[in-house]
Design a protein around this ligand. Structure first.
Ligand SMILES: [Zn+2]
Ligand SMILES: [Zn+2]
Length: 228
């Protein structure tokens, strides 16, 4: 019997007629833990995935204006709301180095990716937001890279972080005005899908997007596990 990756309880298989004929993939979270994750649903901002009745939320309208009505980010698709349960999971996974926990998102991340991005006709590059070497050494792995590996064998790694990324204590204004900490190692002529765990203000994705666009990239999308 499978064990829930979060609460360690035994997962009781849910037998239905269809599942007898086509066995489902192994579940990694029990029903109670799955239930506490909130999938974004219903109307959402077409740019950042925030749940709202408006087609573009006020933050994204602000970004559009900031970039003279040409936001460098085409859109970011987020799967879950960054609620307390998601926060607990991400804290344990990312900051306390529990690598295995990330596997609970493998299927949902891959399946959502297929659904949302399958209409892009051209070849796109999947690029995780990098950590600095220092942070990587501290944590042991990059959670964004793990997510990107759920999507493809060989995520691209031409984005580099040149300095620390302790952005969390800054206000939005400070973050935007602070120096861009990303560097692109080569010219890019294909669209890029940036992968990260959380979209909070959208500043990080846009910092990378600015650099990508400067280096020839025609279009930049985001795909994140959660929307803060
Ligand atoms: Zn559980
Ligand atoms: Zn928005």
């Amino acid at each position: 019997m499978a064990i829930c990756l979060w609460c360690d309880c035994d997962i009781v298989p849910h037998i239905t007629w269809p599942s007898l004929f086509s066995p489902e993939k192994p579940t990694r979270l029990c029903q109670a833990c799955t239930y506490r994750l909130y999938k974004l649903q219903g109307p959402r901002c077409r740019i950042c995935s925030r749940e709202t009745e408006e087609s573009t939320c006020h933050d994204c309208a602000w970004w559009a204006q900031y970039f003279n009505n040409e936001d460098v980010l085409a859109f970011n698709y987020a799967i879950y709301l960054y609620n307390d349960h998601m926060k607990d999971i991400i804290t344990k996974w990312k900051y306390r180095g529990d690598y295995v926990l990330g596997h609970m998102f493998a299927d949902v991340f891959y399946e959502t990716f297929q659904r949302v991005f399958s209409n892009l006709k051209e070849e796109v590059l999947v690029v995780p937001i990098p950590l600095s070497d220092e942070r990587l050494a501290e944590r042991g792995f990059n959670q964004a890279e793990m997510l990107a590996h759920f999507l493809c064998e060989q995520p691209s790694s031409f984005v580099e972080r040149v300095q620390g990324e302790k952005q969390s204590k800054k206000t939005r204004q400070e973050r935007i005005l602070s120096k861009n900490h990303f560097k692109i190692k080569k010219r890019i002529n294909k669209p890029v899908i940036l992968v990260d765990d959380i979209y909070t203000t959208g500043a990080t994705l846009r910092h990378v997007a600015v650099q990508l666009r400067k280096n020839g990239c025609p279009k930049v999308y985001g795909f994140t596990l959660a929307r803060g």
